[in-house]
Design a protein around this ligand. Structure first.
Ligand code: NAD
Length: 298
């Protein structure tokens, strides 16, 4: 069993850290919010006054933070950054969804101190984090991937080696861009059918068994009351927030710009999600984009 420091105990980090405790690891946790720390300590983790104290003697340091600026600050801030406290030969696993450039910058800085790094963003949402069934998209050397894998297995079901540092973040940006396009397309098709008299349950069943089948139709239908236990049937509460999807689409567009890639549907999806967030829907689940295509009430 390993000594693990876990930094960032939000919606995702908290259940991930609890699964590490359940797997028998020694886990020292830190978050700026005391409430978040207490919950994970109650499940068997320990804590220290600062993140710097937590990482001392840790073989693995896992972070689950909101965005690139947080990851950069936590590891690389002069004097107080964790880079000054982590032991050589230990491995940093950053599971935050951030830009690949920041992942590579942190990886290079840590390598100067003989500290390993993988970017390991996840897919599967809060439900997957609680159930321990996340998918991890890992960027780093093969040796770093093999070092990280036994730890990631306590939190996830599918562990993929995407390539070198930053490749995990690129894979995550591609996946979420595709997911947003599928969610928008499914919403449009369902609204078109409903506007022309079709029952959304009947139409969903037809399309999910036909060539329009996709993940959003099969397990995450955006139309209320077609499926039980999905955010659309719970007033779009829980699940994956519009604000986070808008952030991820921004990352996908930065990636496209940097590589001169043409992503017309991704660009439109980013714009639609930004508009949806800016009209008061940022904290709803991302399937609420369905309502953008409602017919005006007569
Ligand atoms: P969250 O906002 O719930 O949690 C982030 C946590 O980080 C908070 O508890 C905050 O207090 C803590 N934090 C911020 N700065 C810190 C610092 N300097 N030191 C210690 N703690 C600090 O976010 P989340 O939903 O858990 O998401 C985390 C990451 O995972 C994001 O990058 C997100 O895009 C990604 N993600 C989220 C989901 C999801 O469904 N929520 C799914 C996949 C990926």
């Amino acid at each position: 069993m390993a000594n693990i420091a876990f930094i960032g105990l939000g919606n995702m980090g908290s259940p991930m850290a609890i699964n590490l405790v359940k797997a028998g690891h020694q886990v020292c946790v830190f978050d700026l919010a005391d409430e978040a720390v207490s919950k994970v300590v109650a499940a068997g983790a320990v804590t220290k006054k600062t993140a710097a104290e937590c990482v001392q003697n840790a073989q693995f340091i896992i972070s689950m933070l909101p965005a690139g600026k947080h990851v950069d600050a936590v590891y690389l801030t002069e004097k107080t950054g964790l880079i000054n406290y982590i032991e050589p030969n230990s491995l940093v696993i950053d599971s935050s969804t951030i830009d690949a450039a920041t992942s590579c910058k942190v990886a290079q800085a840590l390598a100067q101190k003989k500290i390993g790094f993988v970017d390991a963003p996840v897919s599967g949402g809060v439900g997957g984090a609680v159930a321990g069934t996340l998918s991890f998209m890992v960027g780093g050397s093969l040796a770093e991937f093999e070092q990280a894998s036994p730890i990631l297995e306590a939190m996830g079901k599918n562990i993929f080696h995407a390539g070198e540092h930053g490749a995990g973040q690129i894979a995550k940006a591609c996946n979420n861009m595709l997911l947003s396009i599928l969610m928008i397309g499914t919403s449009e098709a369902l609204q078109l059918g409903m506007a022309n008299g079709l029952d959304p349950k009947v139409l969903s069943n037809i399309m999910s068994k036909s060539s329009g089948s996709n993940w959003t139709l099969d397990v995450y239908n955006p139309c209320p009351d077609v499926m039980d236990n999905v955010p659309s049937s719970n007033n779009y509460q829980g699940g994956f927030m519009v604000d986070l999807m808008a952030k991820d689409l921004g990352l996908a567009m930065e990636t496209a710009l940097a590589s001169h890639s043409s992503t017309p549907l991704g660009a439109l999806a980013r714009s639609l999600y930004a508009m949806h967030a800016n009209t008061g829907n940022g904290s709803k689940d991302f399937s609420s984009i369905f309502n953008v295509f409602n017919l005006p009430s007569k």
